[in-house]
Design a protein around this ligand. Sequence first.
Ligand code: APR
Ligand code: PHB
Length: 394
Amino acid sequence: MRTQVAIIGAGPAGLLLGQLLHKAGIDAVILERHTGEYVLGRIRAGILEQVTMDLLDEAGVGERMHAHGLVHGGIEMLFGGQRHRVDMNRLTGGKNVMVYGQTELTHDLMNARQMEGLATVYEALDVQVHDFDSARPRVTYRHGGKQEQIECDFIAGCDGFHGVCRASAPRAAIAEYEKVYPFGWLGLLSDTPPVNDELIYVNSPRGFALCSMRSRTRSRYYLQVPLTAHVEDWSDEAFWQELKLRLDDEARERLVTGPSLEKSIAPLRSFVTEPLRFGRMFLAGDAGHIVPPTGAKGLNLAASDVKYLSAAFIEHYREHSDAGLDDYSARCLGRIWRAERFSWWFTSLMHRFPDDGAIVAKFQQAELEYLMHSESGLRTIAENYVGLPLDFGR
Ligand code: APR
Ligand code: PHB
C-alpha cells in the first residue's frame, strides 16, 4: 500500500489530523493498535479551548459539539472554606471554554472518517516505523495474521505516550524532560446532575478535589489520592464521603450522589520530548508531551500540534514549501512549554505534596488569596485556562 501520510494512532490527535488532511485532499492511512470500542472506552478530560473548537469546525465535525457542549465563561476556586469565581469571559475580553467529553469528540471524528470511507486499520499489531531519515519512509505491521507494509512520504506519530514512534527515534537525537508527581487522581463518572453550573477546583487540607461534568445530567469528580491507593479499595460510598469532606457547606448540601459508571486512578506527569521531528517523522499529541490534568490542557495541546502539522503538510503539497515542516517542532514547543508551565504551576498550587509541611499550605493559601483579589492574578489564570492565542510570542 502507498499513501502520502501514514498516521500512527487513532486517538484525538490522529483522527483530527486525518480529517484535516482529507479536507485538503491529502491521502492518509491511520493505523491503530486497539479496536474502536477500546479507544472510545477511555475516559479523559473534556474542556475545549476556543482554538480547539475552531479546529473541530474547520475539520467539519463541530456540529454535535455546538449542539450538546456546555459553554463555560468561568471556573470556581474553593480554598479556606470559601469559593471564589474566576470570570474568564470578562477577564479575557469574551473568551469561553466548552465542556465536551473527549469520548464524544472521538466518536464524532470516528463517525466522520467512517462516513467518508477513509482508511483506518484497527488492531494493527507490531507497528514499526522505518527509514524516516530517508526520502522513502515505510511502516510495517501485522493485521489479520498477515504482514503488511505502507510506503509513504511522511509518518505522523500520534500514538500517545506509550507509542512506538517516539521510542523509535534515535536516542542521541532526543531530549526528554519529566516530572512525576507524588499522587494520583481518582476519578468517578456518574449519571447525576453536576453539583455546580461551573467547574470547582478545590484546595482542601485533605487534598485536591475537582467537580467537573460531561453534561447537565452526567458528572465527573476527582480526588487527589496517594500513589499507593488502589481503585478496588475505594467503594462509591467512600468516594462520595471523601468528596463531601473536601467541599464547602453549600456544595456538600447540593451534591447528588449515585452509582459510578466508571472509576479509575490516573498518575500525574509532566513530560516533554525535544524535538518533535526526526527526518520525515513528526510527533503530535501525547506522543510528544504529557501534562498533569489540572487545567485540562492535554487534548488542547494535541489539537494545536495537529493544527500546525496539518498546515505544514498542506504547505508542502500545495506550495512545495517545507517552511512549515522545518518550523513545526519549534512552533509547537513554544506553546507546549507555556501549557506545561501553567499545568505544573496550577497542580503545585492546588495539591497537598506529601513532603511539604504546614508552611507550604500557608503559602498556597496566601497565593490563592492574592490571586483572587488581584485583577492581574485573576487574568493570569483566566488567559491561560481559556488558552493563549496561537500566535502568542511570535
Ligand atoms: N501502534 C498503533 N497504535 C498505537 C500504538 C502502536 N504501537 N501505540 C499507541 N497507539 C494508539 C493508542 O492505542 C491510542 O489509541 O495511539 C493512540 C493514541 O491516542 P491518545 O493516547 O488518546 O493520544 P492523543 O491522540 O495524542 O490524544 C491526546 O488524549 O490522552 C489524552 O491527555 C490526552 O487529552 C489528550 C489527548
Ligand atoms: C474532566 O472533566 O475530566 C476534567 C476537567 C478539568 C480538568 C481535568 C479534568 O482540569
